[in-house]
Write a protein that binds this ligand. Structure first.
Ligand code: PRP
Length: 175
């Protein structure tokens, strides 16, 4: 059951605008590759990168840990790899949400093995109360409390990603 709207589209857009402004100040002179972690980050990724003033390379990687539950399994599976070479590039990993941090920790380790110049993290949402791995987050849009959220890319069992706003979802009370 969708319980209540946690973030309006206006609040989401304002957070993206703030992140884009910080990134635009940072990107000058960099050889940047923006990596979208599919599928959750895709709405955030397109909105964010479309606000960047410098040309950047974009690519996509897909990992999965949750399956059809609200709890991370703690085991991240690489579903789809990058197609570009990131060696000597400034990599910006783009996430929709950092919860336990387990997904991001594995993705960062995987990317570092390819010898990028730097790896930094951009996330729309962060849920610090749930953190199990202390991953450095360089650009955070909005910190949220420990509530299970869907919409704007975030899913429950693959549903609700297309909702324009972010909602709290209560999984035990039906769709
Ligand atoms: C979600 C989300 C993050 C990750 C965050 O992805 O998009 O990648 O979980 O959780 P964590 O910090 O506890 O690891 P998921 O594995 O559900 O795949 P999806 O992006 O396809 O929904």
């Amino acid at each position: 059951m969708l319980k209540e709207k946690v973030l309006t589209r206006e609040e989401i857009d304002a957070a993206i605008e703030r992140l884009a402004a910080r990134l635009n100040a940072d990107l000058v002179g960099r050889d940047a590759v923006f990596v979208c972690i599919l599928k959750g980050a895709v709405y955030f990724f397109t909105a964010l990168t479309a606000r960047l003033k410098e040309s950047v390379v974009i690519d996509f990687i897909q990992v999965s840990s949750y399956g059809a539950t609200t709890e991370s399994s703690g085991t991240v599976i690489l579903v789809k790899d990058l197609t570009v070479d990131i060696s000597d590039k400034d990599v910006f990993v783009v996430e929709d949400i950092v919860d336990t941090g387990l997904t991001l920790a594995d993705v960062i380790a995987l990317l570092h093995a390819r010898h990028p110049r730097s790896v930094r993290v951009v996330t729309l949402l962060s849920k610090p109360a749930r953190r199990r791995k202390d991953v450095p987050l360089d650009f955070v849009g909005i910190e949220i409390p420990d509530r299970f959220v869907v919409g704007f890319g975030l899913d429950f069992a693959e549903h609700f990603r297309n909702l324009p706003e972010i909602w709290e979802y209560l999984p035990d009370q039906g769709v």
